[in-house]
Structure formats: structure tokens, C-alpha cells
Ligand binder design. Structure first.
Ligand code: URA
Length: 236
């Protein structure tokens, strides 16, 4: 149970004072009845309307976003757009947070969730959640590079765990890379270690989830029940 005014404020309907005024005016109904007490205890699962329109009161949400280039993976930034600006404000209000980060110029699958525990587990080094990236680099890749990735690359401050490098049949400057770590600039640094510079980087998969082909850059959707179960299953 949660106070009605607190629930509506958490859902970014308005400030606590504003939603209090809406409630007192009788603009809000809970399970079909007008409620004029802002402090009324309300179930999070109740059907709540404002001016006759049913509100989406879910406080737990999980999102798949096609991150476009040029956008920061951050909760907020004074100058640059962030991934949170691509979602309606309610997602920020309820604490939906990116799972890890993609560089500003990296595109592709970014998950966001209100579940802090799930977020933490998906990023924990011991969990070995695979991430698959499509990379283009500045010069052709060869079997030597495949071997070097498979052996684990020394990146100076740490040794990257063995990774799978799968060179595209039609273009030796393109490859799929599967890693299960998520260190800062990891994939770019792995290519630097074998004298290649990443020109584009796109994440196709995170654990059991693949970026929905129906999404374009900047578009998002909520995870299905099955996707969420698969994600939870991957880190159980
Ligand atoms: N590795 C990188 O170097 N950058 C990313 O954005 C993700 C993985």
C-alpha cells in the first residue's frame, strides 16, 4: 500500500502539492470511486484514473532501447542528451536505470530496469552474461586476431577473458565479438591491443536478449514477460 499522492507524484503526474490539489478536486478515482483524500492508502495494483483516463501505475518496468549514436548512457547530463531523454519522464521518475553503459558513439541494445538487484546481477563479473557486438575496424582481420581474442588479451591494467571473434565472410574489416565482461571501452581496447581501431560498434545481444529488429535508432519497447524471465534466468 502507498499513499495516493505519493504514488501519483512518483509517477511524475505532478509535484506532491499538485497531485494533492487534483485529488482534493475529485479528479482522481481509485477502483471506480472518487477519492478526495491525498493520504488515502492505495494498492499499487488499483485501477486509478485522472480526469477519466486510466493511469499506468506500474512502478516496475523493464525496457529494451535501440541506443542511437551521440547519446550518453547516463541518468542526466547538463549539456548532452542521455538515453533517459528518449523515454517518457515517468521512467526516470520511477528509477528506471541503464544496465551498464554503451559509449556515446556505440549503438544498439541497451537494457534499462527499475530492478536494482537484477541490474547488479547482470553486471556482476562472475555472472558471465554474454554480450555480442558487431564491429567494423580500420584494417582487415585474420585468423591471428581470432586466436589472440580466444587466448585473452593483455590490456595493461587487466587481461581480458577469452572472447570469440567471428570475422564476416564478406568483409574482413567486420566482425562479431562475444565478450562476457563489461569493462570501460572493453571492445575498443581489445581491438587496439591487436592494432586495429574500431570505427563502428553496435550491440546486437545482451545475454538471452536480441535487439528487436522492429526497433529503429532511438526507439524502445518494454520487455515481454518471456524476455524478463529469460533475463532473470540468466543470472539466477
Ligand atoms: N566496448 C566498448 O569499447 N564500448 C562500448 O560501448 C561497449 C563495449
Amino acid at each position: 500500500m502507498i499513499r495516493l499522492d505519493r504514488l501519483l507524484a512518483t509517477l511524475a503526474i505532478g509535484s506532491r502539492t499538485e497531485v494533492g490539489a487534483m485529488i482534493r478536486k475529485g479528479r482522481v478515482t481509485v477502483d471506480g470511486a472518487a477519492v478526495r483524500d491525498p493520504g488515502a492508502q492505495t494498492a499499487e495494483t488499483a485501477a486509478i484514473t485522472l480526469d477519466g483516463a486510466l493511469l499506468d501505475t506500474r512502478l516496475q518496468r523493464h525496457v529494451m532501447l535501440y541506443k542511437p549514436a551521440g547519446v550518453l548512457t547516463a541518468a542526466c547530463d547538463k549539456k548532452l542528451p542521455t538515453v533517459m531523454n528518449l523515454l517518457p519522464p515517468v521512467y526516470t521518475a520511477i528509477g528506471c536505470m541503464p544496465v551498464g553503459r554503451l559509449d556515446k558513439d556505440t549503438t544498439g541494445l541497451l537494457l534499462l530496469t527499475t530492478d536494482g538487484e537484477l541490474n547488479h546481477r547482470l553486471l556482476a563479473p562472475g555472472r558471465h552474461v554474454d554480450k555480442v557486438y558487431l564491429a567494423t575496424v580500420d584494417a582487415p582481420l585474420s585468423a591471428q586476431h581470432v586466436k589472440a581474442f580466444a587466448a585473452g588479451l593483455d590490456l595493461g591494467d587487466f587481461t581480458a577473458a577469452p572472447a570469440l571473434l567471428d570475422i564476416a565472410a564478406d568483409d574482413p574489416c567486420k566482425a562479431r565479438v562475444t565478450v562476457h565482461e563489461g569493462k570501460f571501452h572493453q571492445v575498443k581496447r581489445m581491438f587496439e591491443a591487436v592494432n586495429r581501431t574500431v570505427q563502428t560498434l553496435h550491440r546486437e545481444r545482451f545475454g538471452p536478449l536480441t535487439l528487436d529488429a522492429a526497433l529503429g535508432p532511438g526507439q524502445w519497447r518494454e520487455l515481454t514477460e518471456d524476455e524478463l524471465a529469460a533475463l532473470r534466468g540468466a543470472v539466477r
